[in-house]
Every structure is written in C-alpha cells, then in structure tokens.
Design a protein around this ligand. Structure first.
Ligand code: CXF
Ligand code: ZN
Length: 378
C-alpha cells in the first residue's frame, strides 16, 4: 500500500523549451488536502502542451511535466476528499469546477471563481509542487494535471469520474480537445438542427466542432482550410462543403460564404488562433442572428478591431468559448453517455498510438501535421 508515502516512478520531463522530453525517475509526494494521486493509464498530446513546451518567454518555466489530456485510476486521496475513492477511474480536466462558487453553481458559466484558471506551475490551493527529481530539484506542474508521468497529483476540482468500461484510449479524449470542440457547438453556440455552420481551421478542434455540429443536427457544415487534403478528412467528421482559403481568387472567404449560404452562416467558429480569421468569421455569419465563436488564441497583444456601427447594426454575436463552455463535473458525463450510445464518435480522432517510452514521437507527428490525436500508453 502506497497511500501516504512518496511514490518513485517514471515521468517525461521537459528540461528546456522545445527540447525532446527525457524519461527520468521522479518522486511524487502524497496528495494534500482536497487532492488525489492518480495512476495515469494513458494520455494524449494536445496543442497546448506543444505551445507551452516551445515557449521561451514568461510564463514559460522549466523543468516541467507537461500533459493534460488523460485518464487514470485513483491511487490514494488526501484529507477531505469524499467524491472519489481508491480504484475509481477518473479523467483530469484543466478547467477547475469547485462546485461551490457562484459560477460553478450556475449552469450559465464554466469559469470557476474560487480556483480561477491560470497556466500556473503549481498545485491550485497552496502554490507548491508535488514533484521532485531524484536530485531533489522541484519539477513544475502544467495546467493542474501533468499527465506525462506514471503518477500525478490533481486537485479534486479538476477530476471527473468516468465509467471504467470505456476504453482508456477513447476516454482520454474527453479530457480536453474533443470535448472543447464538441462543447463549442453544443453548449456555446447551441447549434440548431437544420442550420449552417462554418468552421475556420480543420485541425483536431475544428473537426471536433464539426462532430458537435453534426450531433446538433446541422444541415450544412462548411470547412475552411489552406490544406486541400482536409476536405477528404473532413468528410469523415461531417464536413459537407469545403473552401480552400488559398483558392478564393479576388474574393474574400466571407464573400464566398455569404454567396454559398444566401446571406451568411448561422454559426462560425474560429479554430486557428488568428485575429484576421476572427474578422473573416464574423463577416461570414448571418446578420440578425449569426454567432461567431472564438476558440483559437492569437499572441497576447493581438487585438480585434470591429466597427461599432457594424456591431450595432448587424445584430451578430461574438462569443468566447473556453473548454467548449462545458462544465467539467456535469457535461462530461453527458458526452460519455452519448459516446456509449454510439452517437458521439471518438475513434476517428485517434490517428496514432505510442508507448510512453516513445512519447517524443507524438511531438514529431504533431510537428509534421500528421496526427489528430496520438495516444500515449503508460
Ligand atoms: C488551453 C486553452 C488555452 C490556454 C491553455 C489551455 N486549453 C487546453 O488545451
Ligand atoms: Zn488541451
């Protein structure tokens, strides 16, 4: 029985920005109050891991254990944890859900006030780390999860129980990217049956938005990308129409979408992280009721610029969607059920699977643009 004792196990450590991860022995301290130590079963690589692994300027901090999309089993619980017990299967979620603050108690928000989201290198409640290397040096956490380790400690506000019968290489997808995209269509935009949707950028998030729009009964799902190969791929995710933004001649993407749809798309999603594309998406949605959802992040200084007359006169909405507007403790269970009912399709997102020892292959595949989700088995 390991409860209450430090655990020595293997973790993939990022020692320097952009350099291959190194698998080393680490010491994982027991969970403090309201924390849970979990044994990771599998994890998958998400764009945000890569973004922060490459980052050389603050808030970059090293050595760090990345990884935040995962599924695991509870090894032991800290004081005051009544929600899960040893042996439960759980998925960690970077977004906290304390269950007590005004926002967590409201079904209109997923932005916890008690443990506000930040890209902190520490545990949420006491700003310390549970990881050290064998020399005793502190290793930093990432997004309150740090799943590139055989064991990790996660605050109970970041854990959701899941049915252990769901294959782990599917369950882990519900932890971040796929849920984010599906949620943006379902919870943020509330895509209506029969409607038209335009998705700017067909990476994993854009394709997950397509999956969500398909589940909502969208009639037309227009994918926009610079890579023509994304059309064939997109068809598997319900993309009905494709627009290559490099082949628009002297027209803008929005002009073409307005022509294609007879006045604009009901909902537009920006899934790249370019302000220029947010402008194009906003221009592509229908006056009167169109919604544009911002999902990508541009560099921190990048500003949007919209004419106040247009905003006033168009009646369009511009919305942000963090974790797809999903409430971790309630909505993930609904997605889980839709997967079990064979409505939500997760299989098609898993393009690669590797052993933990080959974790750097997941980064290579991501760089080569070859993978949607690469599952890493511990
Ligand atoms: C991200 C969203 C942008 C900030 C870091 C976390 N979510 C998950 O990958
Ligand atoms: Zn993520």
């Amino acid at each position: 029985n390991t409860a209450g004792k430090p655990i020595r196990c293997r973790a993939a450590i990022a020692r320097k920005p952009g350099e291959p991860l190194v698998i080393e022995e680490v010491i994982v301290a027991p969970p403090n109050s309201r924390e849970v130590r979990i044994k990771i079963i599998c994890t998958s690589l998400c764009q945000s891991d890569v973004t922060f692994w490459k980052l050389e300027i603050p808030p970059a901090i090293f050595p760090r254990i990345f990884g935040h999309e995962a599924v695991g089993v509870v090894e032991s619980v800290g004081e005051g944890v009544h929600e899960v017990v040893e042996g439960d299967t759980v998925i960690p979620i970077f977004l906290p859900d304390c269950g007590e603050c005004t926002d967590c108690l409201s079904d209109r928000s997923n932005l916890c006030t008690k443990l506000p989201f930040s890209v902190s290198p520490w545990m949420d409640r006491d700003e310390t780390s549970r990881f050290t290397d064998i020399k005793g040096e502190t290793l930093y956490h990432f997004l309150s999860v740090s799943s590139f380790s055989e064991y990790t400690v996660v605050d109970i506000a970041h854990l959701t129980k899941i049915d252990p019968a769901i294959p782990p290489n599917r369950a882990c997808l519900l932890s971040c990217g796929v849920s984010t995209g599906v949620g943006a269509a379902w919870k943020t935009a509330k895509v209506e049956a029969g409607s038209t949707v335009a998705i700017f950028g067909l990476g994993a998030i854009g394709l997950a938005v397509a999956e969500g729009a398909r589940l909502c009964g969208a009639k037309r799902i227009i994918g926009i990308d610079v890579n023509q190969d994304k059309f064939e791929l997109g068809k598997k995710f319900g993309i009905t129409d494709f627009l290559n933004s490099r082949n628009c001649g002297d027209k803008s993407v929005s002009q073409i979408i307005i022509e294609m749809t007879g006045g604009g798309s009901d909902c537009c999603f920006e899934c790249v992280g370019l302000t220029s594309l947010v402008h194009e998406a906003y221009a592509s949605c229908r006056k009167g009721w169109g919604k544009t959802v911002v999902m990508g992040v541009d560099h921190p200084e990048a500003m949007l610029s919209l004419s106040s007359f247009e905003v006033l006169h168009s009646g369009k909405s511009l919305m942000g969607s963090f974790f797809g507007g999903l409430k971790p403790k309630t909505d993930i269970k609904i997605l889980e059920k839709r997967y079990k009912d064979k409505e939500l399709q997760l299989d098609k997102f898993v393009t690669h699977e590797v052993d933990f020892d080959d974790i750097n292959k997941a980064f290579d595949l991501h760089r080569e643009g070859k993978s949607l989700r690469c599952v890493i088995w511990m």
